[in-house]
Design a protein around this ligand. Structure first.
Ligand code: ACO
Length: 318
């Protein structure tokens, strides 16, 4: 049996920090409303010339350094984003060239919005489990600021930009205990960027029925706790850290309650990062590992819900 272990993590946030007070000047909102309803205090915003691949490159280099490997050892790159630099080639291919490992491994993007990192991680884990890959680079990143309508208070206060990356490696012992992935396309209209390539509608911004997404997210995250733990035969008390997608502190609190962990056992970055979509879980993971809270041997519960709807979870030993 090939298990999958995290060898190293890295992350990157754009330099510019946007406070809630700046948004007060742009739309009819308040710092008080944003903090009370979401937990967000600030978010990072990419420069106009800064792309998703730029952020991925920095996060990946950090992860490669933490894992203490040479980029040439990477057998697979899976990159989760909904804001690729180009339609094609994939951002994963652009990143591969930046890392100087062209033509040494397969590289592709995964698009599952805010669940993208859980999807990408799970796919890479299957490659490792099958024995065809020894080391994989998994990246999650989004430049949400590029697809925000800065006049829509229902969305522009929620999102930020950022990237996170991990190096996964085959191992004789866990590692990953369980991965669960779900999708239900019948809810597509509740959270979408309506304009596409083959269907250009002229509206290239995030549109969301926030309250309905909220209710779905709380339910989906609640039910995935039980099914994931059941799959790997662990109980709630085995989990040391919840590392959730960082969309809304209230959704995270509900999930923590369901998992039976207190908030001091949750890696929370939503206040400083906002919702960075594909970047949010690896950013939180890297934060918890680098500040010393998450230690080798700790058991982690990762979970996310996003447009699609898509949702998923991973239980692993760090
Ligand atoms: N400032 C002030 N008031 C606001 C703002 C704002 N920024 N945004 C909305 N409001 C108002 C609404 O207009 C509404 O006013 P009304 O009562 O007069 O109509 C009121 O606040 C309440 O609106 P709700 O949408 O019911 O507020 P809610 O408590 O649900 O919070 C929020 C809204 C924060 C968007 C929440 O619904 C949420 O977090 N939803 C989930 C988002 C999410 O998880 N996304 C995940 C995936 S993202 C991805 O996949 C890309």
């Amino acid at each position: 049996m090939n298990y999958t272990k995290i060898l190293g993590t890295g992350s990157y946030l754009p330099e510019r920090v946007m406070l809630n007070s700046e948004l007060e000047a742009m739309v009819d909102t308040s710092d008080e409303w944003i903090q009370a309803r979401t937990g967000i205090k600030e978010r990072h915003i990419a420069r106009e010339d800064e792309t998703t691949c730029d952020m991925c490159e920095q996060a990946a280099l950090n992860a490669i350094q933490a894992a203490d490997i040479d980029p040439s050892e990477i057998d697979l790159i899976v990159l989760a984003t909904s804001t690729p630099d180009l339609i094609y080639p994939s951002t994963a291919c652009l990143l591969q060239a930046r890392l100087g490992v062209s033509n040494t491994c397969a590289a592709f993007d995964v698009q599952a919005a805010c669940s993208g990192f859980v999807y990408a991680f799970s796919i890479a884990e299957k490659f490792i489990q099958s024995g065809s890959v020894k080391k994989a680079l998994v990246v999650g990143a989004d430049a949400n600021s590029k697809i925000l309508d800065w006049t829509d208070r229902g969305t522009c206060v929620l999102f930020g930009d950022g990237a996170g990356a991990i190096i996964l490696e085959a191992s004789d012992e866990p590692g990953v205990y369980a991965t669960r992935l779900h999708a239900d396309g019948s809810h597509a209209h509740l959270l979408q960027v309506p304009s596409g390539v083959s269907k250009p509608t002229g509206d290239p911004f995030i549109r969301m029925s926030g309250n309905e997404v909220f209710k779905f997210a709380v339910n989906a995250m609640g039910s995935i706790v039980d099914e994931t733990l059941q799959e790997c035969g662990l109980s709630k008390s085995d989990i040391d850290w919840l590392v959730p997608h960082q969309a809304n502190q209230r959704i995270i609190k509900a999930t923590a309650r369901k998992l039976g962990v207190t908030m001091d056992k949750v890696i929370l970055t939503v206040a400083e990062h906002g919702n960075t979509s594909g970047g949010s879980i690896p950013l939180a993971l890297d934060t918890g590992i680098r500040d010393g809270r998450i230690k080798r041997g700790d058991k982690l519960f990762l979970e996310a819900v996003g447009s699609g709807f898509t949702w998923g979870s991973i239980v692993l030993k760090y």
